[in-house]
Design a protein around this ligand. Structure first.
Ligand code: CO
Length: 140
């Protein structure tokens, strides 16, 4: 009995590997334009480690009591905003819309995260865990 069960499990594993290998081959052969180029590395899932931090914080936004404070603020181009997280619940800062896409913090319970605004405009953001938590940074 135990031998049979073992063999069945092995077959399942082999099948899984075969499917994976087939998908991988298909993906590569479809990229004829990249045939002579080195293998592309996968895009990192979390890009927050490349976040720019150019200078001293011009504005601190407290993330506590389930809200951003101040919720609305104005800064100058090139200035850095630091969100200080200190709440019982974890939160994040996620920009709304294409222009604010780079505003993308990890989920933090206690700590801080900074973002330097290099283009003028109005940037809306929210906490994706609590979409009622919203804020706006206006960059002049
Ligand atoms: Co939240």
């Amino acid at each position: 009995m135990s031998m049979v069960r073992h063999r069945a499990a092995s077959v399942r594993v082999l099948t899984g590997l075969l499917v994976t290998a087939t998908l991988f081959t298909a993906g590569c052969s479809g990229d004829s334009d990249d045939a002579g180029k080195p293998t592309r590395t996968p895009r990192p899932v979390n890009t927050t480690t490349t976040q720019t931090y150019d200078g001293p914080t011009a504005l601190t936004v407290d993330v506590s009591d389930m809200s951003f404070s101040p919720a609305d603020a104005t800064i100058k181009v090139g200035e850095t905003v630091t969100w200080e997280f200190d709440d019982k619940a974890p939160h994040n800062v996620q920009g709304i819309g294409d222009k604010a896409m780079g505003i993308n913090s990890p989920i933090i319970k206690k700590g801080e995260w900074s973002y330097t605004f290099t283009q003028p405009g109005t940037y809306r953001y929210l906490c994706t865990l609590h979409p009622d938590m919203r804020g706006t940074i206006t960059v002049e």
